[in-house]
Design a protein around this ligand. Structure first.
Ligand code: ADP
Ligand code: MG
Length: 303
């Protein structure tokens, strides 16, 4: 690594670590105060253990070269991510490191996760869901234009900006799924629910296909589905069965849960949860659908 140990340490010492905001398999998100800022400025720092993503010391020369290649492309990616600015994307301020960990310094959001608030709110309409999905689509469209794919869109990564009732929603972890490899291993193992993964990701005929921007559009379709009925479109105790369902895009708008939902909402979801990535709606197309752009989202309570 070109950066000296001294520089690294001084940079991370800029932050005073406080409470834990969330934890993952190889990472932890901490609240931190920026000591260099004259005002009280707080950030969220995602700490990722290096041993989770780096080749071990005894790896072969070839493995080490590959690891170095990955690190190079990671650095390029970070440069792109740091330039991104969008009102519905949690900003990545900086990426620091020390011997054991990477530190992703991010904009702090304080409104909590999407589902927690919906459960608390009690009443909820198609119109509310449409407004939420529109913000996610706008953010996602912007990212895709910049050549970045999220790859891990799910409700846990949708955070409210503030505690206000009319707070905007923010996508977190944007483009970071390549940096934080734990998201990939999660998919491969049985622990995490792979319910948001697009069909083409599970078909290994073309290794690169699964990383296209269309996977995000599929995931937004799945999120919209859950927002409208309260349960996921694919479910099975057995992962193989679950994968089979997803590969065939086998889902239904079950009665009675979907009886009161508009035909427009179902049409919108069908276009995003379209098995063939080439025919699937892009973010642009989804933004123009009447359920988002016109007045077809209903105003009556769903739950
Ligand atoms: P992972 O995807 O590895 O589980 P996340 O990056 O999604 O980790 O973060 C886990 C949790 O930490 C989130 O669900 C959220 O509650 C909290 N969190 C993440 N980013 C922020 C942020 N920028 N501001 C406030 N809390 C955050
Ligand atoms: Mg996350």
């Amino acid at each position: 690594m070109a950066v000296s140990e001294e520089k690294i340490n001084s940079e991370i010492q800029r932050y005073e670590f406080k409470d834990v905001l969330g934890t993952g398999a190889f990472s932890e998100v901490r609240l931190a105060r920026d000591k260099w800022s004259s005002s009280e400025h707080y950030v969220a720092i995602k700490c990722i253990k290096k041993r989770a993503i780096k080749a071990p010391g005894r790896a072969s020369e070839k493995d080490k070269q590959e690891a170095q290649g990955r690190e190079e492309s990671l650095k390029n990616e970070i440069r792109v991510l740091k330039r991104l600015r969008h009102p519905n994307i949690v900003q990545l301020y900086d990426v620091l490191e020390d011997k054991d960990q990477y530190y992703l310094v991010m904009e702090l959001v304080t409104g909590g996760e999407l589902f927690d608030r919906i459960v608390e709110k009690g009443s909820y309409t198609e119109k509310d869901a449409s407004k939420l999905i529109k913000q996610v689509l706008l953010a996602c469209d912007y990212m895709h234009e910049q050549g970045v794919v999220h790859r891990d869109l799910k409700p846990e990564n949708l955070l409210y900006y503030s505690a206000d009732d009319d707070s905007k929603i923010m996508i977190s972890d944007f483009g970071l799924s390549k940096i934080d490899d734990s998201t990939d291993s999660k998919m491969a193992t049985a622990c995490g629910t792979p319910g948001y993964v697009a069909p083409e990701v599970l078909s290994v005929t073309d290794g690169k296909a699964g990383y296209g921007r269309q996977v995000d559009c599929w995931a937004i379709g799945v999120i919209a589905y859950i927002l409208l009925c309260g349960y996921p479109p694919f479910y099975d105790e057995n992962d193989q069965e679950l994968f089979a369902q997803i590969k065939e895009a086998k889902y239904e708008f079950d009665s009675p849960y979907w009886d009161e939902i508009s035909e427009s909402a179902k049409d919108f979801i069908r276009h995003l949860m379209e098995r063939d990535p080439a025919s699937r709606f892009t973010c642009q197309q989804a933004l123009q659908h009447p359920w988002i752009a016109s007045n077809t989202a209903l105003d009556r309570d769903i739950f």
